[in-house]
Design a protein around this ligand. Structure first.
Ligand code: ASP
Ligand code: MG
Length: 591
């Protein structure tokens, strides 16, 4: 019999009527012949209220007791849900994380799942019961209750779907699916029939906020098809699977993150170990750095710019000042009113011209770009906060995201059959599931680098540069713009080696017209990419990369990071050596 996991978020179980409605949904699936596992969150804002209550007692509740407290929210809702199902005349059993056997490590308030036993759930399912599992919680080796981090019920649901080899995992929530961008910001945002895991991973971190990021990582790793849908209607929602909505469309979605702050450490010595020193210092304050952009140095000095959330700015500046002093950097500058606009699309990897379309749309809307980073499937730019929403609109329109792409298939025909697999093997893999998984470490030594300095702080320069480069038939790979002193920034990018000279000549000519420059470059660089899953939840990936290159005495010219990849560019002759160092450094977490 096929298994269906249905997860109900807080808003979907906010009161008794909603609990009964959710129960009816599960019963309907059961009557259609499915074995049903419900994963339930705490009712409404219960978890927030518990957090607040703890705050009234003490500023520093111990994490173990926080978990003891927060886990009660889900215990309430599973019990009520079981009663609701009983009242409808069906069999059901509620189970806590401990009763299911969701074993985690002991990192209270953000524990990671180690293993899940399927035995008790299977037994209940075989007996015809609907299993009602408490989301968000587990137990550690000593039977302490743990929780998986806020929003963690999504992760419970996908993990249960993975170990049970469920046909699908339905996520019932208060929105009816995933949109091309946040409809609260842009009313013309379009409901998507389908989105790929990778796009969703990048989007989630971009602030789309529909699902817990870790749950998407699990789903991707175990090929669990996810159906995000509204608990208040029967309309199909959005399927999250390996395939994007329209594979030949370069951009699938766009996002705006409004709480960004930019920090730049100017004039750091351009030598091995600098990035390591900076980012390990910041990580030491438990701050997650978002965009990291380093551009090549000049005169033995480089500028390092990055973004953090506004809330982390103060801690970041303290760390930055400290490390600037240690390194003998010139100074630290910052701006606390920035926004990040990003576009994602699996189709981008196969197409050229995506970046300049985005830059052109922004330029035409009068939006100035201060920083750029690109990955295979994402382009992010940093702009002044008040230009965030108009910028997002310009980008959304330019890629025609408000209109449905031809061939966007309906969700029902999309769920791929579950991969066959021995449940035991899945459970065994689960034990490693939460660990960092690096899929690939790649060396591309076919590229050259070009840099344009002295880019004035005004709209349209990036657009003009990349349009001219594209018009010359030059294929651009990685783009990095860093924001430097006196509002001047620098744009660097990589192109195929054989197009280096042509590109340089073209830029030379352009620099005169655009009033920027000088142009510099390197005919042969090596780009190294570390890609995998969990790069953001394991902030040490970038640091490990920097450490390994620093130990080998290799200087990093360009850096950019995304959710699924860390890219660094080094001088051409260091490519092989850098590759073998990185392979050794990540040997323990290669697939
Ligand atoms: N109740 C928990 C929270 O609000 C878990 C969840 O809802 O996913 O974070
Ligand atoms: Mg919730």
């Amino acid at each position: 019999m096929s298994i269906l996991v249905q997860k109900f978020g807080g808003t979907s179980v906010a009161d008794s009527q909603k609990i009964l409605a959710a129960a009816r949904r599960a019963v309907r699936a059961r009557q259609e012949g499915k074995q049903v596992v419900m994963v339930v969150s705490a009712m409404g804002h219960n978890t927030d209220q518990l957090v607040e209550l703890a705050g009234q007692i003490t500023d520093q509740p111990r994490p173990r007791e926080m978990d003891m407290l927060l886990s009660t929210g889900e215990q309430v809702s599973v019990a009520l849900m079981a009663m609701a199902i009983h009242s409808l005349g069906h069999e059901a059993i509620s189970l806590t994380g401990a009763q299911i056997g969701i074993k985690t490590d002991s990192t209270h308030t953000k524990a990671r799942i180690r293993s899940i036993s399927t035995e008790r759930m299977r037994r209940a399912l075989e007996e015809g019961k609907i299993v009602i599992a408490a989301g968000f919680q587990g137990i550690d080796e000593d039977f302490n209750i743990t929780t998986l981090g806020r929003g963690g019920s999504d992760t419970t649901a996908v993990a249960l779907a993975a170990v049970l080899r469920a046909d699908a995992c339905e996520i019932y929530t208060d929105v009816d699916g995933v949109y091309t961008t946040d409809p609260r910001v842009l009313p013309e945002a379009r409901h998507m029939k389908r989105v790929s895991y990778d796009e969703m991973l990048e989007l989630a971190s971009l602030g789309a906020g529909v699902m817990h990021n870790r749950s998407i990582e699990f789903a991707k790793k175990f090929s669990v098809p996810i159906h995000v849908r509204s608990s208040f209607t029967d309309k199909p929602g959005t399927m999250i699977t390996a395939l994007p909505e329209a594979p030949d469309q370069p951009v699938g979605g766009a996002a705006l993150a409004k709480k960004e702050a930019r920090v730049a450490i100017l004039g750091v010595p351009d030598k091995p170990g600098t990035s390591l020193a900076i980012f390990s210092k910041i990580a030491g304050r438990a701050v997650a750095v978002d965009m990291i952009v380093q551009d090549v140095g000049a005169g033995g000095r480089a500028d390092m710019s990055f973004t953090v959330l506004n809330d982390d700015l103060r801690a970041t500046l303290e760390a930055a000042e400290e490390v600037a002093a240690e390194l003998g950097a010139e100074r630290v500058v910052h701006n606390d009113a920035m926004a990040k606009i990003s576009v994602v699309g699996l189709g981008m990897a196969q197409q050229t011209g995506v970046a300049e379309r985005m830059f052109r749309a922004l330029a035409d809307a009068g939006v100035n770009i201060q920083m750029i980073t690109t990955s295979e499937i994402k382009i992010s730019v940093l702009v002044e906060r008040e230009q965030g929403a108009p910028g997002l609109r310009a980008v959304h329109t330019t890629f025609g995201l408000e209109t449905e792409p031809p061939g966007a298939a309906s969700p029902s025909v999309l769920s791929p059959p579950p991969a066959d697999g021995d449940a035991l093997a899945v459970v065994a893999r689960l034990q490693k599931m939460e660990e960092l998984a690096i899929d690939d470490i790649a060396l591309d030594d076919t590229q050259a680098r070009l840099s344009v300095c002295g880019i004035a702080d005004e709209p349209g320069i990036a657009a003009a540069i990349f349009e001219a480069v594209a018009a010359g038939g030059i294929f651009v790979d990685m783009i990095v713009q860093s924001y430097g002193r006196e509002g001047m920034s620098k744009i660097s990018f990589t192109v195929p080696q054989k197009q280096y000279q042509q590109c340089r000549d073209l830029l030379q000519e352009l620099a005169g017209r655009l009033n920027c420059g000088p142009i510099s470059g390197s005919e042969k660089v090596s780009k190294l990419s570390v890609s995998g899953i969990g790069l953001r939840s394991h902030t040490d990936v970038a640091i490990r990369t920097f450490r390994c290159l620093a130990d080998a005495g290799i200087n990093v010219d360009l850096i950019n990071t995304s959710e699924v990849r860390v890219n660094v560019v080094v001088e051409g002759q260091h490519g092989r050596q850098a590759l073998s160092c990185l392979q050794a450094a990540f040997a323990d977490c290669m697939h």
